[in-house]
Design a protein around this ligand. Structure first.
Ligand SMILES: [Zn+2]
Length: 270
């Protein structure tokens, strides 16, 4: 919370309203958050963090923060960290630090980090080193795909097609397309998920009521689709409501179970 740039914090406070104090409490207290997970019926949560000093204010300090936070219950709380190719003096040392901290997912946020996922083909060697290390250590990489409304976000970077190179060049790297390109690039996301064995769909940030409109052939990619909420992101009202709305969709019980649990369990079995 202390890292937020003023404009980004203002947006969060405006969108979260009265609930903001509770979110602050959850940031301080993993115990309080675990209790909340119990109340809404969530077994395990992946806690998304990334390094985006220019747009949001987050520094590499998020990695130590989340590594400490999940100590309250390492089975139920899965730490996601990040690196930024332009904000590192020694990318190899930073990658090693992430591995040492036990980070279990790396998030790359192109519209907030102001980069293309495939910038390594244009000389940004740091990105290649990050992907190579993630692939070698079996740490999946999640890309934010789709738009962002945070002040200063640049949405050209949100097109999932730039992940195509990464999927080709790092065939053993597990790649998660966060938000499935919402709301502009769902077709591109669907194509990449079907095209590449190593690309998965994360449905967080997509209102469940619109999910089948955006992905009418969801059942075909269910084995590579995983549930998430993106809460407390600005557009997501409530985790319980997301879960209830998802369960109300006309999907077979097997597909529901696959997306709610099984796919994630193939990625983080324990
Ligand atoms: Zn995102």
């Amino acid at each position: 919370m202390e890292m937020f740039r003023p404009e980004a914090l203002k947006l969060m406070k405006a969108k979260r309203g009265a609930e903001f104090a509770r979110i602050e409490e959850f940031c301080r207290s993993p115990k309080a958050f675990l209790k909340h997970m119990d109340e809404v019926g969530i077994d395990r949560a992946v806690l998304i963090n990334y390094v985006a000093p220019e747009v949001i204010g987050f520094t590499a300090g998020v990695n130590q923060f989340i590594a400490d936070y999940v100590k309250a219950d390492p089975k139920r709380l899965i730490p996601c960290g990040s690196l930024h190719p332009r904000h590192t003096d020694n990318v190899l040392a930073d990658v090693e630090n992430i591995i040492r901290l036990g980070i279990r997912l790396i998030k790359i946020h192109p519209p907030h980090q102001l980069l293309y996922p495939n910038d390594y083909v244009h000389g940004v060697k740091e990105l290649e080193i990050i992907y190579r290390a993630a692939e070698a250590n079996d740490i999946p990489v999640m890309f934010h795909t789709g738009t962002s409304i945070f002040p200063g976000a640049r949405n050209k970077y949100g097109d999932p097609m730039y992940v195509d190179d990464v999927a080709v060049d790092f065939p053993r790297l597990k790649i998660l397309l966060a938000h499935g390109g919402r709301p502009l690039w769902m077709d591109t996301a669907f194509f990449l998920i079907r095209r590449h064995p190593n690309v998965y769909l994360d449905i967080s940030g997509i209102p469940p009521k619109t999910l089948l409109k955006y992905f009418p052939r969801l059942e075909e990619i269910a084995s590579k689709t995983l549930f998430g909420t993106d809460w407390p992101g600005p557009g997501v009202p409530d985790m319980k409501k997301n879960l209830d709305d998802f369960r109300a969709l006309p999907l077979s019980p097997a597909t529901q179970e696959q997306i709610l649990s099984k796919t994630a369990l193939t990625i983080w079995p324990e």
